[in-house]
Ligand binder design. Structure first.
Ligand SMILES: [Zn+2]
Length: 473
C-alpha cells in the first residue's frame, strides 16, 4: 500500500499539464462535477510554465478543504481527512504529511491572491483532474466513493462541494463618517449585535460570502479574513471581517469600539444594496433607516483637500478646502431628500484624506457616481470661470451634463469640459468628474465663491446634473 502510494505520487509529478507557452497567463475556466465555477467563487486561472494555478480562495470556498494561511511564513496549509499539504509561496519544496515533495511550479502571490497548483492539490485529495488545453478548461471530479489516499485514518467521506451561487455577494466595505458602509448583492438581512468586554459591534450577514470584487478592493487573506485600518474616529479602534462560517455561509464584520455606542442599521433596496451601520445614531436625528425604494443610486461626493492641506489660498487668504466642504455639505443635504439617491461623503469635516483613500471609498462601495469639488488658482489674477474635468472616456458624458448646470449656477465664464489627469477621477471606476467652480486667485471669483447664494446654487446644480445623468426625475 505504501509503495503504491509513493509511485502514485511520483506519477503525479510526471503528469504535468501540457505546455502552452512560457509563463503564459490565460483566462481559464474550472468545472467542478460538471458545473462551472464562476468568478464570484474565487475562480481565476493562471497558467505558469504549463502548470495551472488557481487561487487558494477557490479551494477553501468550493472544495470544502480546510485552508490555513500564515502571513509571516507565507505558508499555506490545506487539510482534508487527516491529510495535510503544506506549501510555501515561491518555494518548489512542499510537504504532504511528513514527506517532502518537489512541485513543478511554486505557489505564487499576485495582487494579494495566493495561487496554488490546482492539479497537485486536487489529486492529493482524490479528485480526478482534467485539462483541456485548447479551451483552457480544468475539470475536477469528486470521487463517489472513498478516495484511496492510502491514509489509515481516513473515514472515506468526501466533503461535498458547496453551491455558492445563491448566496448574497458582499462586494465592498468602507468606514467613513463614523459609518460602516457595506455593499452587497442579494437578500441577506444583516443582524447586528452589540457585545461588551471588549466593546464591539458584530454584524453578521447570513447566507453570504465575499464576491470576487471584494478581494480587489480590500485586503482579504486566503483564509478569508481581513481588516480596515480606521484612523481618526474616537469611537472605533478598527474593523475586522471574515467568512465566519461556511455551514451555513456567514460573512461577519466586527467594529471594535472604544466604548459602548448606539447605532442604527439601514439597507437600501436596490439590486446593489448599501448597508449603513451608523454610529452617529445618538447625536443626529437624520440617520434613521433609509426609505425602502428600488433603483437607488449611490453618489460619492469628495470635498477636495482638508486639514493640513488647505488647497488653493485665495487673494484675501480664504482656503479652498473650506469652500469645497461647504459645497459638498450643501449638495449632500439636498441629495438626502432624494428618495432614489444615497450619498456618501469622503469627508464631512476638516479632515485630511490621501487621494487614494478618496478613490477607494467610492470603489469599495461600487458607487454609481463620483464628484470631487475644488476651486482653482492661477498665476494670472485675471483667470476666471468654471471648468469640469474628466479623465476616463467613460466619464465624459457625465462631465458634459454636470458642466451644463455648473456654469449658469456660478454666473462665471464657461472654461469648458476638459480632460485632466487627476488621481481621484482616474483611479475611480465609475463615472467621475472634478469640478473647478471658480478661481480663488481672482478677486471677483473668490468673493463670489464664499457667498451663501453661490454655494446654494452650485449645490442645487450638482443635484440637477446628477439626477439628469442618472435619469432620475
Ligand atoms: Zn483643489
Amino acid at each position: 500500500m505504501k509503495k503504491f502510494c509513493c509511485m502514485l505520487l511520483l506519477l503525479l509529478f510526471v503528469l504535468v499539464l501540457p505546455e502552452s507557452g512560457h509563463a503564459a497567463t490565460v483566462t481559464g475556466k474550472i468545472f467542478l462535477d460538471g458545473k462551472e465555477l464562476t468568478a464570484s467563487q474565487g475562480v481565476q486561472v493562471e497558467n505558469v510554465n504549463g502548470t495551472v494555478m488557481a487561487p487558494l480562495r477557490m479551494i477553501s470556498q468550493n472544495l470544502g478543504y480546510k485552508v490555513d494561511w500564515d502571513q509571516k511564513s507565507q505558508m499555506v496549509t490545506i487539510g482534508q481527512q487527516g491529510k495535510t499539504i503544506q506549501l510555501i509561496v515561491n518555494q518548489k519544496s512542499a510537504s504532504v504529511d511528513d514527506k517532502t515533495v518537489i512541485l513543478n511550479t511554486a505557489p505564487l502571490l499576485k495582487n494579494d491572491t495566493t495561487f496554488v497548483p490546482i492539479r497537485f492539490i486536487s489529486e492529493q485529495f482524490g479528485l480526478t483532474v482534467g485539462w483541456d488545453n485548447q479551451d483552457k478548461i480544468v475539470t475536477l471530479v469528486t470521487p463517489v466513493s472513498a478516495p484511496d489516499t492510502g491514509n489509515d485514518t481516513g473515514t472515506g467521506v468526501v466533503v461535498p462541494p458547496v453551491d455558492t451561487t445563491n448566496l448574497t455577494q458582499v462586494n465592498g466595505v468602507s468606514f467613513n463618517n463614523n459609518q460602516l458602509l457595506i455593499t452587497m448583492q442579494g437578500a441577506s438581512q444583516p443582524k447586528a449585535t452589540l457585545l461588551t468586554n471588549p466593546n464591539r459591534l458584530v454584524v453578521d450577514f447570513p447566507n453570504a460570502t465575499f464576491s470576487d470584487v471584494f478581494g480587489t478592493g480590500q485586503l482579504l487573506d486566503p483564509n478569508l479574513n481581513g481588516k480596515l485600518d480606521v484612523v481618526g474616529y474616537p469611537d472605533v479602534s478598527g474593523v475586522r471581517y471574515s467568512l465566519f462560517s461556511t455551514a451555513p455561509y456567514t460573512v461577519r464584520f466586527v467594529v471594535d469600539l472604544n466604548y459602548a455606542k448606539n447605532y442604527t442599521v439601514s439597507i437600501s433596496e436596490d439590486e446593489n444594496k448599501l448597508v449603513i451601520v451608523d454610529l452617529n445614531a445618538e447625536d443626529s436625528g437624520e440617520t434613521g433607516a433609509l426609505p425602502g425604494n428600488s433603483g437607488r443610486k449611490l453618489v460619492v461626493l469628495d470635498a477636495g483637500h482638508g486639514a493640513k492641506d488647505s488647497g488653493a489660498v485665495g487673494v484675501t487668504g480664504k482656503y479652498e478646502k473650506a469652500f469645497n466642504l461647504a459645497i459638498v455639505l450643501k449638495a449632500a443635504a439636498l441629495l438626502k431628500k432624494e428618495k432614489n439617491i444615497d450619498v456618501v461623503l469622503t469627508r464631512s469635516d476638516d479632515t485630511f484624506l490621501e487621494l487614494k483613500e478618496r478613490a477607494a471609498i467610492a470603489n469599495n462601495l461600487n458607487a454609481d457616481l463620483f464628484i470631487s469639488v475644488h476651486a482653482n488658482s492661477s498665476a494670472s489674477s485675471r483667470a476666471t470661470g468654471a471648468e469640469t474635468y474628466y479623465q476616463r472616456q467613460a466619464s465624459k458624458a457625465f462631465a458634459t451634463v454636470m458642466h451644463k448646470y455648473l456654469v449658469p449656477a456660478t454666473g462665471l465664464s464657461d472654461r469648458g469640459v476638459r480632460y485632466g489627469n487627476f488621481h481621484v477621477i482616474r483611479e475611480t471606476k465609475m463615472p467621475a468628474v472634478l469640478l473647478e467652480v471658480g478661481y480663488l486667485s481672482n478677486k471677483g471669483d473668490e468673493a463670489l465663491l464664499f457667498t451663501e447664494a453661490l454655494q446654494n446654487r452650485v449645490a442645487a446644480a450638482m443635484v440637477s446634473g446628477i439626477k439628469e445623468y442618472l435619469g432620475i426625475k
